[in-house]
Design a protein around this ligand. Sequence first.
Ligand code: FAD
Length: 339
Amino acid sequence: MNNTEYKGVFVFAEQRDRKVQKVAIELIGKGKELAKELQTTVTAVLLGTDMEDEAKRLCYCGADNVIYVNDEMLDVYMTEPYVYALNQIVIDKKPEIMLFGATAIGRDLAPRVSARVHTGLTADCTGLTIEPDSDEPEKLNLMMTRPAFGGNIMATIACPNHRPQMATVRPGVMQAAKYSEVNPVNVEEYKINIPKECKNVEILEVTKIIQQRMNIEDAKILVSGGRGMHGSENYAVLEELADLLGGTISASRAAVDAGWVPKDRQVGQTGKTVRPNLYIACGISGAIQHLAGMEESEFIIAINKDETAPIFDVADVGIVGDIFKVVPLLIEELKKEKV
Ligand code: FAD
């Protein structure tokens, strides 16, 4: 394969309900860094219908170009039409790098497209860099890092012989580029004739689960409980602390596996990656798989009765003590502040 024919960093701009998802904006942020090193541009690929404003927003969020396919068949995600459309775009535009969010949609779509275009895919990346140097500077590889062997090591993977280099990236890991309406708007309306036979499934109805709590990936403040909470009934005290701070609760896998907290609250390698301004870890030991999901938080407070708990290694403030004494005291103090 002649790798030098392939140019540009492409980002799949995942949309749901005709709204571009946050992960796509994060990927544009990362894509810009990669593109700068490769001296190329970032192109967002948007598939949907009636999404002209969102296409424009992608430019304001840092995309140099947007390829927008406006087609009824792409309104709601369905595997076959999406794979067909994206495959056509990759064959035609020949990107050097193609990034997807490691969401349910990205995880379904990316491997199918990579198989069709006969390239590799590194799933669930937490780090992306360009190799520092090479004998052939025009063929610099993307170094894709992801946890391996149960999160005990980080593996860095390259795809030197095939293009595009494809990766899925976990939501919340990369930093979104700054929004600016000064950015030029370059939207290409791209036409694809998606054959009717491509669509083997009819969506009759979409039933949404109503979230009563804030999504933990969007929360600025998280109060997180682990096995040290000793039971679901004890989460009420964490809920109270989270409410007072204007945040929400999250949990370690131990607490989720015990059935104390729903799975959508889980932080970590097999849960969600979060980057709040404040993360309060209560009765969480700080296993590597948990840290993988929260260590990029801006400020970390850990409360644990074991002073040797590894969570203290990443904490900005560590409190050695019993959660059931420390948390009520924090609540009391915060209530005084609010009066
Ligand atoms: P523990 O490790 O049991 O720690 C409980 C802590 O509470 C202890 O440090 C203890 O000192 C403290 N404590 C107890 N009582 C009190 C008290 N009254 N006051 C103060 N402190 C107290 N884990 C995740 O969290 N997220 C993941 O996504 C994840 N993915 C995984 C993927 C794989 C492939 C594997 C193998 C594991 C994964 N794990 C994950 C599990 C991880 O290895 C740990 O088992 C888990 O994080 C432990 O949760 P914990 O810290 O709540 O419990």
